[in-house]
Design a protein around this ligand. Structure first.
Ligand SMILES: [Zn+2]
Length: 314
């Protein structure tokens, strides 16, 4: 049987273990550690990582991972294998309502990291050395940006066949082709032949019930597919998005969308209007393609060139 060991702590079959990996001290001298929660079934099986908060202001994912942990600890049964749950990877960003670290670095562009590098690099290093080698699969929870909201979707590189099958089992309505980004967590894992899905739902700094519920339900469906949980209700069916692109503003002004997240749209359909504040100018924003609205900008005042509506093509 494969032995799991994190930060020198051994995890045996059937055990629930909580580990705190020391990271560094804040300028206040307060110790910051990385809490990792391991829930192992008696029977051997896949090791799956559930992580949130790699971007510290993306709160939906942190809550989704926490909800799974709470359910595990109140009786949700793991039939085989092991769950490693890290609800909040970027503690620093969380403290400062920020995506990044105090020095501006993005943890998701800091992999594989280094032992004596930047703070983000050090956390990346710990995850890369201590966690990724142990896992088979993972789901990493994200949201859109500030005022940029995403319809719940799984992102996976369609070249990763195992990842695509996993994404389908997750069963969130949209599965979006998304190439592996250099220095990202997902790419670092893929280099170690591990398959990590990215879930995107809602926007940063705002809790969104649909995203949290979808994320939780999808994780359970994926775990059921891996034989680690009892069967969960079948998903309603997935839409496979091969290509996606943002429709950008052709003019500056007040942006008023006439579509909402998840809508199916036709080529030439009016998606939104951009107007000046005086009622003199009104410019329609037309859809360049048939597709689905998978992301939307919630900012009412926009400048020319800004991303307005993210359209996915089947
Ligand atoms: Zn993110």
């Amino acid at each position: 049987m494969r032995e799991l060991q994190i930060n020198g702590v051994k995890i045996r079959p059937g055990q629930s273990v909580n580990i705190e990996i020391p990271i560094a001290k804040l300028p206040t001298h307060t110790l910051i550690d990385l809490p990792v929660f391991i829930r192992a079934a008696k029977e051997e099986g896949p090791v799956v990582l559930v992580s949130g908060g790699i971007h510290g202001d993306e709160i939906n994912g942190i809550v989704t991972a926490r909800r799974l942990l709470e359910e595990m600890d109140s009786g949700l049964e793991l039939l085989k294998g092991t769950l490693i749950i890290i609800p909040l990877v970027n503690i620093y960003g969380f403290l400062s309502n920020s995506r990044a670290f105090p020095d501006g670095r993005d943890l998701n562009r800091s992999f594989p990291g280094s032992k004596k590098g930047s703070l983000a690099g050090r956390i990346a290093y710990i995850v890369n050395e201590e966690i990724i080698p142990l896992i088979d699969y993972g789901i990493d929870f994200h949201t859109g940006g500030r005022m940029l909201s995403n319809q719940p979707q799984i992102r996976v590189d369609f070249k990763d066949k195992v990842g695509v099958e996993l994404a389908k089992s997750f069963g969130t309505h949209f599965v979006v082709n998304s190439r592996l980004i250099e220095k990202s967590f997902r790419k670092a894992a893929f280099k170690q032949k591990k398959h990590i899905l990215v879930f995107e739902g809602g926007e940063s700094m705002r809790l969104d019930d649909l995203s949290i519920e979808e994320g939780l339900a999808g994780t359970k469906r994926m775990l059921a597919k891996l034989g680690m949980m009892a069967d969960s209700p079948e998903p309603k069916g997935t839409v496979i998005i091969k290509e996606s692109d943002w429709v950008r503003a052709k003019a500056s002004g007040v942006f008023n969308s006439s579509v909402k997240l998840g809508d199916q749209v036709k080529k030439g359909q009016i998606l939104a209007r951009i107007s000046d504040p005086y009622g003199q100018v009104k410019i329609p924003v037309k859809s360049p393609t048939n597709g689905y609205v998978i992301g939307i900008n919630n900012l009412p005042v926009i400048n020319v060139g800004e991303a307005l509506i993210h359209l996915g093509k089947e």
